[in-house]
Design a protein around this ligand. Structure first.
Ligand SMILES: Nc1ncnc2c1ncn2[C@@H]1O[C@H](COP(=O)(O)OP(=O)(O)OP(=O)(O)O)[C@@H](O)[C@H]1O
Ligand SMILES: [Mg+2]
Length: 258
């Protein structure tokens, strides 16, 4: 049974058809990526999962219809979304506090993780006093400490410079191997998707449908340079799918805008 399963999920904003037909699944402990062009509807898909938007189709969690959206997912939005007036420690505890954990208990729970996330000594700093990569790590730490069933990461490294991004990708991969989170990552970076994922769904441009599902057949740990022949060929295969998309299929019958 899949942890998360979407069947024919669709979404329109007024007359703008954004998601045409999305069916996908994520198994427990699996790292899955959604790779798609800008404006395809990827963040919209996460909004449907977190309950911030409503659309058509069916969503299941551990085999049951998904209703308690907030309860299952720890969500890292596309922008790091740290609150500038809260110290890093208090930003990291925010998700737990929203869950009803008292601030003192939340602080005790997150404090030992600052070292693991490369943030030791910066607990009392404000976000503006940290580098971009540190802020992203703090946002990720805030996400994972919530101990939800599944991580939703929306282009977590999109705003970083190339060097910091590479370091963060390596670091996330190590953390994932250690913790085996069930994770769904949105990215438009082919190399990042191949480096991190067990499986990849390639999305079309808007209105989005799944163009291809690709199982990444590479052992871990992987290199980030695509410097093994197999890894380079997986990357090339995906690039080819993106650059030479098949024509859009017709939307399913009975399609309605909602
Ligand atoms: N609340 C909204 N109301 C109206 N239109 C919206 C809303 N949210 C998103 N859209 C539209 O839906 C489309 C998809 O947006 P979305 O943010 O999901 O794209 P994306 O794939 O995440 O893009 P990017 O890679 O640039 O982050 C865009 O055309 C956007 O203008
Ligand atoms: Mg987006």
């Amino acid at each position: 049974m899949s942890r998360l399963e979407l069947r024919h999920v669709r979404k329109a904003f007024g007359g703008l058809e954004v998601l045409a037909d999305i069916s996908l699944r994520v198994g427990a402990g699996e790292f899955v990526s959604i790779l798609g062009p800008s404006g395809a509807g990827k963040s919209t898909l996460f909004q449907l999962l977190t309950g911030a938007q409503h659309g058509g189709g069916e969503m299941f969690f551990d085999g049951a219809p998904l209703d308690d959206h907030g309860g299952h997912f720890a969500f890292m939005p596309q922008r790091d979304a740290l609150m500038p007036w809260r110290r890093i420690l208090d930003n990291v505890t925010l998700g737990l506090e929203v869950q009803g954990v008292r601030r003192k208990a939340a602080r005790a729970r997150v404090a030992p993780l600052f070292a693991e996330f490369g943030l030791a000594g910066f607990e009392r700093h404000f976000p503006a006093q940290l580098s971009g990569g540190m802020r992203q790590r703090a946002a990720l730490l805030r996400t994972v400490v919530q101990e939800r069933d599944m991580l939703l990461l929306d282009e977590p490294f999109g705003a970083l410079d190339a060097l910091t991004r590479t370091a963060m990708q390596r670091w996330l991969e190590q953390m994932w191997r250690h913790h085996r989170w069930t994770a769904l990552l949105i990215t438009h970076d082919v190399r990042e998707a191949v480096f991190l994922s067990d499986r990849i769904y390639v999305l079309s441009a808007r209105p989005a449908h799944i163009v291809r599902e690709i199982k990444v057949p590479l052992p871990r740990p992987r290199s980030l340079g695509g410097d093994t022949a197999r890894q380079a060929s997986v990357e090339a295969e995906i690039l080819d799918i993106i650059l030479n998309p098949e024509p859009n299929p017709q939307p399913p019958k009975g399609y309605d805008h909602d």
